[in-house]
Design a protein. Structure first.
Lengths: 320, 297
């Protein structure tokens, strides 16, 4: 018996050729190296900026290539505001479509409509940029902003948000386009979570006389809230790093103001616009790298949270 | 308490209850209509994008556009070099990404559940959703600084974006294979690598193919990581260490220019890339669906 076992062991050792194992391990290590290299290289590249401005780099509101003064605040604020506008608009859109496609529309139709809506996720981001630039921006400039200004312009806080000439570009337009881009991602996660809710729970609520909406509100949402939250944060993480679509409609101005319709900048749009024209090793390039580090930290944190939540809900599903 | 007052009380509570039921029903209907409306709105958005692309892009689509290089302002140019550049860079990037992605996917699915495996899975997931412009910055610091702007740098950036997608789909499909099948292979005395290559991979072929097609459709439309890696080039050269243009880059350069011809070319390029990406996506998804149906049988 022991002899046989030994033989098998020898056999396995001899034939489980090390070249295949080697290749598999090398590929996996390569992924680790890329990730670690990305983090280290960005930190290394931003060294000069942090050495020159210190930690104040994070709190300075200046971005002036002429006087060589750089600070991250306006770009970081732009990124946060556009992505938050995007997520606020995207949540009802994603929820509505996920609700309709998982609970209301007959499965035969929803099987056709779901992939069509998911096609939105496949459209390249630069196409959203063009769509925004040629379609949404004029719409904003001609109709939406004048309308908002006319109707809400006299209310103290809102008037500040809607102030400025109607260019059509700016934080709000950027957020709107982000919303359209991230909706399919959030909707896919939500729809999956809704469909995974145990039918027994829903049926018992039906038997108590609950309406469809009440079941969604008190049974399905309650059961899948972690996955829903995970999906929303995943969408937010995508919105944070979105570059090409935003670059077209943000207006490129490094100002901080209350107006949602003033030209502005995000971290990624600033990098896309100014990195190609900055000299290697210059303070400007280092500051742009510093912005990249900030973007990396925020978006990895967001991705980490969403992964954690989605994992937990997966575990719950398996537990059931 | 006489009979009539009791009956009126009963009546009252009945009316109240009825009101409540009606309110709940109304709320239910409002939310259902809202959800349906939102779904319609999303479809409308997709169709508006496609319609705008078709209206503006089709008029510039001609044999001339497809067979001529981009030209300086004022001279009529085409899209030949961006089309070639897109094919060239996407193709090489995916060839670079396939072996790495598939092997790492095998590692995640077939090499147990050690700490190393979960670490690689975690990092691959993070890379999958990492902002693509950061990948561009990374490649700039490790390749462009030393070799200059080149198609090679762009290819590396695109490959980094494609690898996590391939890893994920490879792992998922390999995990679907019943362990009895690979155990049958082991029972015949086949070593692990033989079981994986000759038993598991052929079964998982469809799923892995889907992942590869999805990865192509994602990186083909990327412009952000190419902005400061392959830079763009108004001419064509097969030299992998020279700058190279691509359809997304040409859209970025031409779309907000003042020259009408360039804007027209940007629309045509946008139409081409969107159609290519969407078709790839549809093919990949239907491939996946077919594979699943076969499995269910």
């Amino acid at each position: 018996m022991t002899n046989v076992k030994k033989n098998i062991d020898i056999n396995r050792k001899a034939s489980s050729s090390s070249w295949f194992n080697g290749l598999v391990w090398i590929s996996s290590f390569l992924i680790l190296f890329i990730f670690i290299g990305l983090i280290l290289k960005l930190l290394w590249g931003s060294q000069q900026a942090f050495a020159t401005f210190g930690i104040e780099f994070l709190t300075r509101a200046i971005w002036n290539p002429v006087t060589q003064q750089y600070g991250a605040v306006s770009a970081v604020l732009g990124t946060l505001v556009t992505s938050l506008i995007g997520i606020v608009i995207a949540i009802p859109l994603a929820f509505g479509s996920a609700y309709a496609l998982s609970e209301i529309i007959p499965i035969r139709i929803s099987r056709i409509v779901t992939p069509i809506i998911q096609l939105l996720a496949a459209v390249p981001s630069i196409i959203f940029g063009m769509w925004g630039f040629f379609f949404i921006v004029p719409l904003m400039a001609r109709y939406v902003q004048p309308f908002l200004k006319h109707n809400f312009g006299h209310i103290p806080i809102l008037s500040a948000l809607f102030s400025g000439p109607p260019f059509g570009v700016g934080l709000f337009t950027g957020g709107l386009i982000l919303a359209v881009m991230i909706t399919p991602f959030i909707a896919a996660v939500m729809q999956n979570a809704f469909q995974n809710t145990p039918v027994l729970l829903k049926e018992s609520a039906y038997s108590l006389g609950a309406t469809k909406w009440e079941i969604m509100r008190y049974v399905t949402l309650a059961w899948s809230k972690k996955a829903v939250l995970g999906g929303i944060i995943l969408g937010w993480g995508r919105a944070l790093g979105e570059t090409m679509a935003i670059t077209f409609v943000i207006g490129n101005a490094n100002k901080i103001g209350w107006s949602l319709f003033a030209p502005s900048n995000t971290i990624s749009s600033l990098i896309a616009l100014e990195f190609p024209e900055s000299a290697t090793g210059s303070l400007k390039m280092s500051s742009l790298m510093g912005l990249g580090v900030i973007l990396m930290v925020i978006s990895f944190l967001a991705l980490f949270c969403s992964r954690y939540l989605l994992r937990q809900s997966e575990r719950k599903l398996r537990g059931n | 308490m006489d009979l009539s007052s009791a009956s009126s009380q009963l009546n009252n509570s009945w009316v109240q209850k009825n009101n409540l039921v009606q309110r709940r029903k109304l709320k239910n209907q409002l939310f259902i209509i809202g959800a349906l409306g939102i779904t319609g709105l999303l479809l409308l958005v997709l169709f508006s994008i496609l319609a705008i692309l078709l209206i503006n892009g089709l008029s510039g689509l001609s044999l001339f556009t497809l067979s001529h290089m981009t030209a300086p302002q004022g001279i009529k140019g085409g899209l030949l070099n961006p089309i070639l550049g897109s094919l060239f860079q996407t193709g090489l990037a995916i060839f670079l990404a396939i072996p790495i992605g598939v092997l790492a996917g095998i590692f995640l699915a077939e090499y147990g559940n050690t700490r190393m495996v979960s670490l690689v899975r975690f990092i691959s997931d993070m890379l999958m959703s990492a902002p693509s412009i950061l990948v561009g910055l990374f490649i700039y610091t490790v390749i462009v600084i030393y070799l200059g702007y080149s198609a090679f740098a762009g290819i590396c950036a695109l490959a980094i974006l494609a690898i996590p997608l391939i890893v994920r789909t490879t792992e998922d499909t390999l995990r679907l294979i019943p362990t009895t099948i690979s155990e049958a292979g082991f029972a015949l005395g086949a070593p692990k690598w033989k079981v994986i290559i000759f038993v598991c991979l052929p079964i998982a072929k469809g799923g892995i193919m889907t992942g590869i097609l999805l990865a192509i459709s994602r990186i083909a439309g990327e412009a952000a990581p190419l902005l400061f890696t392959s830079l763009g080039n108004s001419d064509w050269s097969w030299n992998i260490f020279a700058p190279m243009t691509s359809l997304p880059l040409i859209i970025y350069q031409y779309a907000d220019s003042a020259d009408d011809q360039w804007v027209q070319l940007a629309w045509t390029a946008a139409l081409l890339i969107t159609m290519a990406v969407l078709c790839l996506n549809i093919v990949a998804k239907s491939y996946l669906e077919k594979g699943l149906k076969n499995k269910r049988k």
